[in-house]
Each structure stands twice: as structure tokens, then as C-alpha cells.
Write a protein that binds this ligand. Structure first.
Ligand code: C5P
Length: 228
């Protein structure tokens, strides 16, 4: 029997994590879980229900009530919140503007970390985020820390937005990325940290295919080492 492992991937915003994680999961026939989408969904629910995002208790209650389900839909993973597909809505800039107090809320983190552990309980998952290698799955068989310079990440984000027909200013995008890094690294609970046993992949000069290939090969080695 081939053992199904857990692959944990962390890294800063726009480091190419989600595209790489999704494609690695597809190749291995594993489930891809985008943990950031869960923080985004809680933020969306708070905005919809008019709950101030800095009200720790009230937002924690929403996190407790929220029904979240990831479904694999052709090539994409779709997130259902309380039965509704919110995959597109959680990507809106409005969510990013309000998400920091939600991601910094220790009660929300506790609730979402428990759900993430449950989703990965049986292995066969690739999960990406900020605290997956350090808090959610410190026991993951494969841990990856993806990094790239802020300038390269801004360049990629601008290219992505331009492709979607959205006008973007490089300096503004770069400033946003630096701000998100600051929030991610300085958070008291679940900050972005490089786990000592994580494989560091600097993607500044790599294509997505090359990133996937590296992680896929590492995963196959781990699986082979664990399989009788
Ligand atoms: O990765 P993404 O940009 O979708 O993450 C959305 C927000 O959720 C970010 O502010 C990030 O800091 C936060 N997050 C988190 N812990 C995770 C994943 C994301 O705090 N495991």
C-alpha cells in the first residue's frame, strides 16, 4: 500500500504557493487545501453580517458556525461557505483590506487550525498557508518554505493582474506586498516562520513547472521511503 503523506507549504503572499500546491496535489491525486481561503471566508462572513472584524468574540463565533467545504471541480478547487460557492468573492480586494484582525485573532486561529488538522487527518493532502509547517502540521512528512524577493512577487502579481485586464501600478503592488509581509511576520499568533526542517525553495528564478517538479520529486522520495 502506498502511504498518503501530508505536504505542508508556507511562504509569503504572492510567492507562487497556491498555484504550485494545487498542481502538486493534482499530480499526486491528493486534496489541495488553501488555508488562506478559510481566513478569507471568515472575513467575508463578518462583512456580510455586519460584524466588526476586530470584535474578537463575535468573529470567533462566526468562525465556529461557518460551514466550509472544499470541492475539486475539474482543474480548480472550489470553496463553499454555508453551501454557497464563494471562491471568487473571497479574492476581492475588500477582503484583503479587512482580513488582518481576523488572521490575528487567536480564537479564530484556534478554530481554523483544528479544522485544518481534521481535513488532513488521513493524509493525502497538500495544504498551503503561513503556519502550516509550524503549527497545523509540524508532523508533516514534507515541509516546504517557498520564498521570492518582494520585487519578483510584485512583478508576478502585476503580470497576473494585467493578464486579467486589471490595471496595476508596480510601486503600489510592491508596497502592498511589503505591508502584507510585515503583518504575516509580526503576528503574535501563527506568524510566518521558516520551520527548521523545511526545505527552502527560492522561486525568484524558477518557473511554476520547476517548482512543482521539485516538490513532486521530494514527495515521491518521502512516499517511497514510507511504503513497504
Ligand atoms: O494566502 P492568502 O493571501 O489567501 O491569505 C489570506 C490571509 O490569511 C493573509 O492575510 C494571511 O496572512 C492569512 N493566513 C493566515 N494563516 C494561514 C493562511 C493565511 O493567517 N495559514
Amino acid at each position: 500500500m502506498k502511504k498518503k503523506i501530508k505536504i505542508a507549504i508556507d511562504g509569503p503572499a504572492a510567492s507562487g504557493k497556491s498555484t504550485t500546491a494545487r498542481e502538486t496535489a493534482r499530480r499526486l491525486n491528493y486534496l489541495y487545501i488553501d488555508s488562506g481561503a478559510m481566513y478569507r471566508a471568515v472575513t467575508l462572513k463578518a462583512l456580510r453580517e455586519g460584524v466588526p472584524t476586530d470584535d474578537e468574540q463575535a468573529v470567533a463565533e462566526l468562525a465556529q458556525q461557518i460551514r466550509l467545504e472544499f470541492r475539486q471541480d475539474d482543474d480548480d478547487t472550489v470553496l463553499y461557505m454555508d453551501g454557497q460557492d464563494v471562491s471568487r468573492e473571497i479574492r476581492s480586494p475588500r477582503i484583503v483590506q479587512h482580513i488582518n484582525p481576523v488572521a490575528a485573532n487567536p480564537l479564530v486561529r484556534q478554530i481554523l487550525v483544528a479544522r485544518q488538522r481534521e481535513l488532513g487527518r488521513e493524509g493525502g493532502v497538500v495544504m498551503d498557508g503561513r503556519d502550516i509547517t509550524t503549527v497545523v502540521f509540524p508532523d508533516a512528512e514534507l515541509k516546504i518554505f517557498m520564498k521570492a524577493s518582494a520585487e519578483e512577487r510584485a512583478r508576478r502579481r502585476v503580470a497576473e493582474l494585467t493578464e486579467r485586464g486589471v490595471k496595476a501600478d508596480f510601486q503600489q503592488v510592491l508596497a502592498d506586498i511589503r505591508q502584507r509581509d510585515q503583518a504575516d511576520f509580526s503576528r503574535a499568533h501563527g506568524p510566518l516562520r521558516q520551520a527548521p526542517d523545511a526545505v527552502v525553495i527560492d522561486t525568484t528564478r524558477l518557473t511554476i513547472e520547476e517548482q512543482v517538479e521539485q516538490i513532486y520529486r521530494l514527495a515521491l522520495q518521502k512516499i517511497a521511503a514510507l511504503t513497504d
